[in-house]
Design a protein around this ligand. Structure first.
Ligand SMILES: *Cc1c(COP(=O)(O)O)cnc(C)c1O
Length: 483
């Protein structure tokens, strides 16, 4: 495979030329539908995604696997995870924390991507897991992560989930309320076991991220109010069946600036000192997840900066430390392959719609969070075709089924294939079968190998668990059929 030398007519070089030569007007007059610089260009997107490259013959390649080969074999929509990217990111994160003298254990947030193969790749690198349900706990264990490396978070654990976790020998349960603490105490006593508990504190710090992924504000449902935490810790330490081991915090997701972390960790440190002054031990500080990635052109959260913030604020307390990254590890490792079903013309003068065979039921983030995902054509000729303004939508019967409004993308047509980028976290895990759309196939790539890691769901499987009561059946079937 030969690397394609980027031709000179993609958006960023047009923009550079415009900035250097003052020829903006000429370019605008020439190509009124092109807005240079508005969206990152194909080469901008490729430049910061080392696992992806555009080859002259094979088109878009992930690690060493042409994505067209996968789409040829399996059709679309299909998720593709890069094992090499997962490993590389895990190693960068682990290395960032090795650089400081405070050892940190890394618990992958399973809710970001719960596929067994993904969990196994990360576990082989040394990751533990952070789970938020009994199902995730069982998934993590099924992937080979021992319970003693798993932390159980979440605002509403049922007694059954607590029982499951305690019987398995869970490393730590992050408790989010006084009420939950009482329930856990009762369950643990009933089981004759001790529950290792960290209290999750709500520090009332604005993570500066999207409202739906902010979790550390007083108005959010998560965590224990800061001013009640010390009292509750003392209460926990005295409760039967509870072993109070430490404190936990998770202020939100897609955080790229360090200041919110620093503020929150400083409050955590103060709380540790308050609790210790009461003669109680605090051995573990769980610093949560939330480190952000670069979806568009924002700068990615740097693990080295996070490590330094944790070291500065919490490093001298003599506790064990833990983090719970999800998105940062898995997000950039996945793409969603899709095919343009058709190009639908818009109203006069309005951008056309590219209607994809992927939809909000597959990738929900754009409709849920207005999330921006990079889009790259799989074809090498299309990748550097002239850029136009388009709306990119799915076929589901909701206006929210939109991947991008007014996107500047290289010209694509019916049958063109593309990859939606950075779908490895909060992608497949949020899929539904809305509009009776079967769950998409999943593939894992590793070097030049690739394997199907989940078969495309059979359409019949959609109603395999449906039961029609007899009393519905006989009453409503028309004798002669037809409308
Ligand atoms: C969602 C979540 C995480 C992971 O968040 P990311 O933004 O994916 O890193 C970690 N801890 C808890 C408690 C969570 O709810």
């Amino acid at each position: 495979m030969t690397d394609l030398c980027f031709p000179s007519f993609h958006a960023s070089s047009t923009l550079e030329a415009a900035e250097q030569g003052g020829i903006v007007a000429a370019i605008m007059a020439d190509a009124p539908l092109t807005c240079p610089g508005q969206d990152p260009s194909v080469s901008d997107l490729l430049a910061v995604r080392p696992a992806l490259s555009m080859h002259a013959v094979d088109g878009l390649v992930l690690e060493d696997v042409p994505l067209n080969a996968i789409a040829d074999a399996l059709g679309t929509p299909t998720w593709v995870m890069s094992a090499g990217t997962l490993r590389a990111r895990y190693r960068r994160l682990a290395t960032a924390f090795e650089g400081t003298d405070t050892p940190v254990s890394i618990h992958f947030a399973v809710k970001a991507n719960d596929h067994l193969a993904v969990l196994r790749v990360l576990a082989a690198e040394g990751a533990g897991a952070d789970v938020v349900s009994g199902g995730e706990l069982r998934r993590a264990m099924a992937a080979g992560i021992p319970a003693c490396r798993i932390v159980f978070s979440g605002v509403g654990k049922t007694a059954d989930e607590m029982r499951l976790a305690l019987r398995a020998g869970i490393a730590q349960i992050n408790v989010e309320s006084a009420e939950e603490l009482d329930l856990l105490s009762a369950v643990a006593v009933d089981e004759g076991l001790d529950a290792p508990v960290a209290l999750r504190i709500n520090p009332d710090v604005d993570a500066g991220t999207h409202a739906k992924i902010t979790t550390g504000l007083a108005t959010n449902k998560f965590g224990i109010p800061y001013n009640r935490a010390a009292d509750l810790y003392a209460h926990a330490a005295a409760l039967p069946g509870i072993r109070a081991v430490g404190l936990a915090m998770h202020i939100g997701s897609q955080i790229t600036r360090m200041q919110p972390y620093r503020t929150a960790y400083a409050k955590l440190a103060e709380l540790v000192r308050t609790i210790r002054a009461r003669g109680l031990a605090v051995d573990v500080l769980d610093c949560g997840g939330g480190l952000g990635i670069s979806y568009r052109d924002e700068s990615e959260g740097a693990p080295e900066a996070l490590a330094s913030a944790i070291h500065t604020e919490l490093g001298d307390l003599g506790t064990r430390l833990a983090i719970e990254p999800g998105r940062w590890l898995a997000g950039p490792a996945g793409v969603l392959l899709s095919t343009v079903i058709l190009r639908k013309s818009g109203y006069d003068g309005m951008p056309p719609f590219l209607v994809l065979d992927a939809a909000m039921n597959d990738l929900m983030r754009p409709s849920l969070y207005d999330a921006w995902h990079g889009i790259l054509p799989l074809s090498p000729t299309e990748a550097f075709a002239p850029v136009e303004q388009v709306h990119v939508v799915g076929p589901v019967c909701e206006s929210g089924d939109t991947f991008g409004h007014d996107r500047s993308l290289p010209h694509m047509k019916a049958g063109s294939r593309l990859a939606l980028l950075d779908c490895g976290a909060y992608g497949m895990v949020m899929s539904s079968t809305y509009n009776a759309r079967p769950l998409a196939a999943q593939v894992m790539v590793d070097g030049n190998r690739w394997s199907v890691i989940r078969d495309r769901q059979q359409t019949e499987a959609l109603w395999a668990a449906d039961r029609i009561p007899e009393w519905v059946d006989t009453a409503l079937l028309p004798a002669g059929g037809g409308l």
